[in-house]
Write a protein that binds this ligand. Structure first.
Ligand code: GDP
Length: 329
């Protein structure tokens, strides 16, 4: 596609108090840093614009804004920062006292909403790996209650906050980011529809459209997401990338437009991965007896890929009525 200027891209802001985990999240999700390495990250005290659009399909920037920024400070150009922003992720350290964080959240939401009513507010209740299951639920309930009460007191009950329990030590941070990013993709309903079509016509149980670099899924079919399935698909991407690093013919990158894989597990589950374009891959889960006719799956995949290309290249949603995917029987 045509590279767009940085300011055209939907932008995600990552905010929260110092040490809440912002840089760690950014490093783990977008830069393949392992969670343990984040223990030694320098703390941030300025705005970091991390433009990841070269490596990732997801074209947005992460602005890491440390806690002590004063919104009314002259140097904080909130019109500019909130004006072009699609989603504001506010990170709250659930292992710490969160009263200060909640009042910062309140300030940020008030200020941002005043400038840009379209901003989506996403609260990451973070570092929940240190909490027991009961404690997680209780903390989420408490934070949700306090945050929405405060908004109501400020006369802003029309503003919607979404809450996620996250940790960099498992897949929850990727899941949460997936949901945030999906809200910023205008073509999402079309993508979901295409995924529904390919799964029902190919005896596939679950399909994800992945951004390969970040392992965020930018869309999935309409059946519910099971965490274990998602993790399995993430692991498959790692395996395929590692294999093509070793055996691939490209020298500039592991993943190219011929990448693909078909893995049978002992459990009778089959994983199917095909690249869709330079950044996106389709990863599917199916039963072994569902893939007797691999030809149909391959054929349907080609139709799927063409349709996806139409969505992103032409951005002409009307053209998608005919996508030509055929039945599996
Ligand atoms: P920032 O100042 O908001 O950018 O915070 P950092 O990313 O520097 O993180 C502060 C500390 O929190 C680091 O020691 C991280 O290793 C730790 N941390 C970040 N995310 C998590 C998490 O999900 N769980 C746990 N247990 N620690 C985390």
């Amino acid at each position: 596609g045509v590279p767009s200027r940085g300011d055209d891209k939907p932008r995600i802001l990552l905010m929260g108090l110092r040490r809440s985990g912002k840089s760690s999240i950014q490093k783990v999700v977008f830069h393949k840093v392992s969670p343990n390495e984040t223990l030694f990250l320098e703390s941030t005290n300025k705005i970091i614009k991390d433009d990841i659009s070269n490596s990732s399909f997801v074209q947005f920037q992460i602005w890491d804004i440390p806690g002590q920024i004063d919104f009314f400070d002259q140097t904080f150009d909130s019109e500019y920062i909130f004006g072009g922003c699609g989603a504001l992720i506010f990170v709250i350290d659930a292992q710490d006292d969160y009263m200060e964080a909640l009042s910062r959240l309140q300030q940020a939401v008030t200020r941002a909403h005043k400038i840009n009513e379209a901003i989506k507010f996403e609260v990451f209740i973070h570092k929940v790996d240190g909490l027991s299951d009961d404690n997680k639920i209780e903390t989420q309930r408490d934070i949700l209650q306090r945050a929405t009460d405060e908004l109501a007191d400020a006369g802003m009950d029309n503003v919607q906050l979404s809450f996620y329990l996250t940790s960099i030590y498992d897949h929850s941070i990727f899941e949460a980011f997936s949901k945030v990013v999906q809200k910023l993709i205008p073509q999402l309903p079309v993508l979901e529809n295409l995924l529904d079509i390919i799964i029902s016509n190919s005896k596939i149980e679950k399909a994800f459209l992945f951004d390969v670099v970040s392992k965020i899924y930018i869309a999935t079919d309409s059946s519910p997401v099971d965490m274990q399935c998602y993790e399995l698909c993430c692991d498959m991407i790692d395996v395929v990338i590692d294999m093509s690093c070793i055996y691939g013919i490209r020298d500039d990158g592991a993943f190219d437009n011929e990448s693909g894989s078909f893995i049978k597990l002992n459990s009778g589950t089959v994983l199917f991965l095909r690249e869709v374009n330079r950044h996106l891959a389709l990863v599917c889960i199916l039963r072994e007896d569902g893939c007797e006719n691999r030809g149909i799956i391959e054929y349907n995949f080609k139709c799927f890929r063409n349709a996806i290309q139409e969505v992103f290249v032409a951005r002409n949603k009307q053209a998608l009525g005919r996508n030509g995917i055929e039945g599996g029987d």
